[in-house]
Design a protein around this ligand. Structure first.
Ligand code: SF4
Length: 277
């Protein structure tokens, strides 16, 4: 299975590797899921008319602006990048250093460390494996029990095998699509050994997205490595480290989606792909 949260990678697969589309996870990207849940779930819970809601996602990513136009992914009305948000804050003379901290609104305000590390290369893979570990062992992920250090880091292609009970899960993580060519050819030819492959378009993952503030070449890698370390630090400080522990997510399944993979969960959280030229 390939990850599907990076719209630039999804579009690349649809254009250049349509043979592998059956292996792409049908999960929408995070903003694809969030947008529709705001319109269909949040609106209902808050007694609001969904037609009156206008949803704006703030992303590190310029490809999300393209994703917004996909008919299969409704719910998000606009995407602005972090750079655009920064420009707007400056225009409005808002300095974040002088703004007091507050919590996100409820509902849908709670996150987890497992969601936060999506921004790093290998974060999506690690987050999925934390959940897999829980479902297979009944125990929460814990660094002492299973370490993901083999897939963390800045190299363009990383491989690892994780043993969970009797299962050996072979994974590969790639950032920068140009580095994925050999791996994709192996999958196409049926010779790939991996169960799970994460591909992100940008160097370092979303922390290096096209919508992030830019630095010169000399500073770029230093800044990206600091951003990666920053997200792992925030994950460590967080009290929950996986989506299944998130109280808002648990409530969504209890009140609305029933259970993972239910018909309604598929209707709102999953998508389809098509060959493009
Ligand atoms: S890796 Fe880059 S293109 Fe892909 S979702 Fe992240 S920021 Fe967007």
């Amino acid at each position: 299975m390939f990850t599907s949260c990076c719209p630039a990678w999804v579009k690349y697969a649809e254009t250049f590797y349509p043979e592998i589309l059956d292996h792409l996870s049908t999960c929408k990207s995070p903003i694809g899921m969030e947008g529709i849940m705001v319109k269909e779930y949040f609106a209902k819970q808050m007694n609001l008319d969904k037609e009156t809601l206008y949803t704006v996602a703030i992303t590190p990513c310029t490809a999300k602006k393209f994703e917004l136009k996909r008919e299969e992914i409704p719910g998000t009305d606009a995407v602005i990048t972090v750079s655009e948000l920064t420009k707007w804050l400056k225009d409005e003379q808002i300095d974040l250093r002088n703004v007091s901290k507050s919590s996100f609104d409820s509902l849908l305000g709670e996150g987890s460390g497992g969601g936060m590390i999506f921004g790093n290369t290998s974060g999506v893979c690690e987050s999925a494996l934390r959940t897999l570990y829980y479902y297979m062992t009944g125990e929460n992920y814990d660094e002492q029990k299973i370490s993901f250090s083999d897939v963390r880091g800045y190299e363009n292609v990383k491989e690892a095998t994780f043993k969970i009970n009797d299962l050996e899960v072979k994974v590969a993580v790639v950032h920068k699509i140009s580095a994925a060519k050999k791996l994709l050819e192996d999958v196409k030819n049926g010779t790939s050994p991996y169960h799970f492959i994460e591909i992100m378009n940008c160097q370092g993952g979303c922390i290096g997205g096209g919508g992030q503030p830019k630095y010169n070449e000399e500073m770029e890698h230093i800044v990206k490595e600091k951003r990666i370390a920053g997200l792992y630090k925030k994950d460590k400080e967080d009290t929950i480290h996986a989506s299944y522990e998130n109280k808002d997510i648990q409530k969504i399944y209890r009140d609305f989606l029933i259970e993972p993979n239910s018909e309604i969960a598929h209707r709102y959280l999953h998508t389809t792909y098509q060959k493009r030229n």
